[in-house]
Design a protein around this ligand. Structure first.
Ligand SMILES: [Zn+2]
Length: 130
């Protein structure tokens, strides 16, 4: 049975099939297309990780330097295609590391302040202006 549905207009300016699943993809120089990250429910989510996928491929899976020349982008797949992206685990680690790096350390508690500042000694007191 063929169901006719209206395409969804995406923020990228293109119309996409409703219900599609999206991946950040890598097109290698041997023309193999790797579904690297996904599936995502929106094209925007897949677009958001393309740069991370490129950096992971170049930094971690690039022994011969060819990953610099691969094509990085997105692909849409049917809604029932749910195979995890091959770089999902790498992407998760990268996103978590970035989130941890953004955490601002808390100021030391009062006892640490006390430890950081040495108690005044008689020598310090002798340098006080009179
Ligand atoms: Zn789009």
């Amino acid at each position: 049975m063929l169901i006719c549905v209206s395409p969804i207009t995406c923020t990228c300016g293109q119309a996409h099939h409703p219900g599609a699943r999206y991946y950040a993809s890598v097109r290698r120089d041997d023309v193999v297309i790797v579904l690297a990250a996904g599936p995502y429910l929106s094209h925007q989510e897949a677009l958001a990780v393309v740069d991370d996928v490129r950096e992971i491929a170049v930094e971690c899976y690039n022994p011969d330097g060819r990953a610099y020349w691969y094509a990085y982008g997105t692909v849409g797949m049917p809604h029932d295609y749910t195979t995890p992206g091959t770089l999902n685990a790498d992407l998760t680690r990268r996103i978590n590391a970035r989130a941890i790096a953004r955490i601002v350390p808390l100021p030391p508690t009062a006892p640490e302040y006390v430890k950081a500042c040495p108690a005044p000694t008689r020598r310090h007191e002798s340098y006080r202006p009179r």
